[in-house]
Design a protein around this ligand. Structure first.
Ligand code: 2PG
Ligand code: MG
Length: 372
């Protein structure tokens, strides 16, 4: 494929500003827009370079006239201009171009984007119902209260939607957080009580999960809750107690992003719960290997822009599957309307996304079209 032009545009998305790539090659055109996070992990690559989005666009190498047969050859060329941290050209730009490249390649070869990713099932929605932490500072300290069911895809999506609506009425609130979760001024245990009551009353098939995003309220050995400050051991007991009390099936980032050992301890104590690493792993195969070595978790968040390179992301997903760690593709809090994440999640069991909001619904729509 011979590149005629690569253009990056700044584009407004519901919660911010990000980058879109427009690629022209072999007489065809394709586009891709890449989201980013509010509670980004410190080991993520630099999404818009260390000098801002304008600088990243300026620093991006001119690839006009160059020819690439595979994504690997494109990534190899890009890596001549920056380190894998993408401090000069930004991981979001690298990813936007990579997705646009694959879309164009799919067109040329008469394929769908998901054909470049392996598997024959679409994931069910791990949907957000209440927000807190950095996504909703007026809410509880935990960032996300999540629901999931094993029912067939469309049925499960409807269940989540109904649950979200009913919970809003129970809580008596109208405000939504960055990802479409309700914002309510209650402690995390009170929120869990409401969710568990609603499940017990009318939704027996719903399972409950959390993204604690613990790094966002951790500092020098302590976890700073609004009403108390606790150490690592107490955090472990507290989360373990919640898992038992509410029969939680999924808990993401219960500890800060360097604490592989506490993750392992919690996973050992809570055999029926998927302890999941997000900021801990940042879609990085090297960090995944550390987690596998210590048995830190049985699930791993996959956010392509945490790592920038799709080859690394695919390696991460493959290594997860090989080591019985469940990969969970995830949206970001500053999400775009683009739907490529849905294609990449094909072959996995569960995908984390919002239940309401056009930028979240676009992924569900795409998955509904793909369903095998
Ligand atoms: C998370 C994500 C997505 P952010 O922590 O899992 O829900 O949030 O995109 O703000 O990092
Ligand atoms: Mg997270």
């Amino acid at each position: 494929m011979i590149f005629q032009s690569v253009k990056f545009e700044k584009i407004k998305i519901p919660n911010g500003l990000t980058v879109k790539c427009v690629l022209r090659a072999d007489g065809l055109k394709s586009e891709a827009t890449v989201p980013y996070g509010t509670s980004a992990g410190k080991y993520e690559v630099s999404c818009f370079s260390n000098f801002g989005l304008d600088a990243a666009i300026k620093n991006f190498p001119d690839l006009k006239g160059k020819s690439f047969k595979t994504l690997n050859s494109l990534e190899k060329e890009i890596l001549r201009y920056d380190s894998e941290r993408f401090v000069k050209i930004g991981g979001n730009l690298v990813l936007a171009l990579s997705v646009a490249f694959l879309r164009l390649k799919a067109k040329l070869e008469g394929k769908e984007l998901f054909n470049f990713f392996s598997g024959k099932r679409v994931p069910n929605q791990l949907g957000k119902v209440v927000g807190g932490g950095k996504h909703a500072p007026k809410g509880p300290d935990f960032q996300e209260f999540l629901i999931y069911s094993d029912k067939p895809f469309k049925h499960a999506v409807n269940l989540n939607k109904m649950f979200h609506k009913r919970l809003g009425a129970v809580l008596g609130v109208k405000t939504l957080d960055l990802e479409g979760g309700w914002v309510v001024n209650l402690s995390e245990e009170k929120v869990l009580d409401k969710i568990a009551d609603l499940r017990d009353d009318s939704f027996p098939e719903i399972k409950i999960g959390l993204d604690i995003a613990a790094s966002s309220f951790y500092k020098k050995g302590r976890y700073y809750y609004k009403n108390r400050v606790i150490g690592g051991k107490s955090q472990l007991d507290y989360v373990n107690g919640l898992i038992k009390k509410y029969d939680l099936f999924y808990v993401e980032d219960p500890f800060h992003e360097d604490d592989f050992d506490s993750f392992a301890e919690l996973q050992a104590k809570s055999k029926n719960c998927l302890v999941c690493g997000d900021d801990l792993l940042v879609t990085n195969p090297d960090r995944l290997w550390r987690a596998v070595g210590k048995s830190s978790c049985r699930a791993a968040i996959v956010k392509p822009n945490q790592i920038g390179l799709l080859s690394k992301m695919s390696e991460f997903v493959k290594d997860c599957k090989k080591n019985r760690v469940q990969p969970v593709f995830s949206h970001r809090s500053k999400e775009s309307f683009d739907d490529w994440l849905a294609d990449m999640s094909v072959g996995t069991k569960m995908m984390k996304m919002g239940i309401v909001g056009k930028e979240r619904e676009s992924k569900i729509k795409r998955l509904s079209k793909i369903v095998f």
